[in-house]
Write a protein that binds this ligand. Sequence first.
Ligand SMILES: C[S@@+](CC[C@H](N)C(=O)[O-])C[C@H]1O[C@@H](n2cnc3c(N)ncnc32)[C@H](O)[C@@H]1O
Length: 228
Amino acid sequence: MLDCQANSVQRWLKRCGLLTTRVPSAGLPPAWMLAADTRSVRVRFWIMTDKDREKWDSRYLKDIGGSGPSLILKAFLGLAPCGNALDIACGNGRNSLFLAEKGFIVDAVDISTVATNHLAGRDPNINVICQDIDAWKIPQNRYELVVNIRFLDRRLFPMIQDGLRPGGVLIFESFIGGKKDEYCLKQNELLQVFQSFHIVYYEEKKSDHSDTFDQTVSLVAIKTDSAV
Ligand SMILES: C[S@@+](CC[C@H](N)C(=O)[O-])C[C@H]1O[C@@H](n2cnc3c(N)ncnc32)[C@H](O)[C@@H]1O
């Protein structure tokens, strides 16, 4: 295991062509951990995203947020066969709790310790995972439903596709129209990414729950048998 200055490690990883993990655009990640997976002789890298965790923890300490599920989830849940669900960046767990109530077994992943502690133990059908989603591998062919609300990490797109079973439903809501590409989708981007799915609903509209981003985009899509 190696723990050293992020900049030099970053440069070294780039030279080796191994820099595939997200690097925060501003500031240094506080620690890098390098570990060898001896079974596959593959070397994997994790960036400890303590900064993201701290940022979200301090927000949740001030305000843990509301409890009602997202409207789009409520509206389209009926399309998903009951079974396993993944709630990406679950936050305080408002959507996971709703899903568990409706009979789903939920994997709820979020980087915030405060938010996941708030959710932990609230329902036996929710498996709370406090982790940077970048470092968590979405299991393949496992979910009847994947929910991604008010969060964006493009690296997850292929894993979301693989994680859903055929017939499984994706409910995605995030932001567009902002200045930072990292946090905001482009017009029609989701339609392109999930073009092999059956698109049930797509909308780009003025946001009613954010001061920072002026538009939201919503997509509901079903993984078809032939989806790649
Ligand atoms: C705007 S909140 C949305 C929470 C929830 N999806 C909802 O609709 O209530 C964004 C969430 O993303 C989480 N998050 C940010 N970066 C993350 C990461 N790298 N891995 C996992 N969760 C992350 C934050 O902790 C926060 O809970």
